[in-house]
Design a protein around this ligand. Structure first.
Ligand code: PNS
Length: 170
């Protein structure tokens, strides 16, 4: 059966914080779809470094130059959130083969929950394939440079956030 091409896609994640690897995928996704919704997970159970409001703000600042990209947040099932946006595609990034198993499980579970929503995997530029939010936070907290790994505004927020947590721990 001939179907019209998907024009709304969701790019979900924790974005704790957004990195240049995420941004690379957002740029690719924005070229492929009419509308791209970057959705930040609200689950505090994952104990994020940044509260949800700040993660959303960082994503908003980083995607400002893309007219067809919007930012939202979600709790609960991703597929329900995607359906609420009339999105028929979920975008996920695959950096290395180690990502594959978890991503496959998630994609198959999401397909079982809502067979009409397709997960599409995009490969990040190889220059970003080693970047993760976890490593950005670790390198920064140990005094290493994260220049080129995350937007400059994220670096500034990490500085503020870590000095806050260090003060609290002192
Ligand atoms: O950036 P992350 O932490 O790898 O993103 C994971 C995310 C947000 C895509 C995933 O945890 C998610 O979709 N959570 C929502 C809960 C859900 O829908 N679970 C069922 C599918 S496994």
């Amino acid at each position: 059966m001939l179907r019209k091409p998907a024009s709304v896609a969701i790019y979900p994640g924790s974005f704790d914080p957004i990195t240049n690897g995420h941004l690379d995928l957002i740029e690719r996704g924005s070229r492929l779809f009419g509308r791209l919704v970057v959705s930040v997970l609200r689950n505090e159970g994952k104990k994020p470094l940044f509260p949800i409001e700040e993660r959303i703000e960082m994503v908003r600042e980083a995607v400002r130059s893309y007219p067809n990209v919007e930012v939202d947040s979600f709790g609960g099932l991703l597929v329900e959130h995607a359906a609420a946006h009339s999105a028929s595609v979920i975008i996920r990034g695959i950096r290395a083969i180690s990502d594959y198993e978890y991503e496959l499980q998630m994609a198959l579970m999401n397909r079982r929950l809502k067979p009409d929503i397709e997960t599409i995997f995009l490969m990040s530029n190889e220059a970003y394939s080693f970047i993760s939010s976890r490593m950005v936070k670790e390198v920064f907290s140990l005094g290493g440079s994260i220049s080129g790994l995350a937007p400059p505004a994220v670096e500034e927020r990490l500085r503020r956030r870590l000095s806050k947590t260090n003060r609290r721990g002192a």
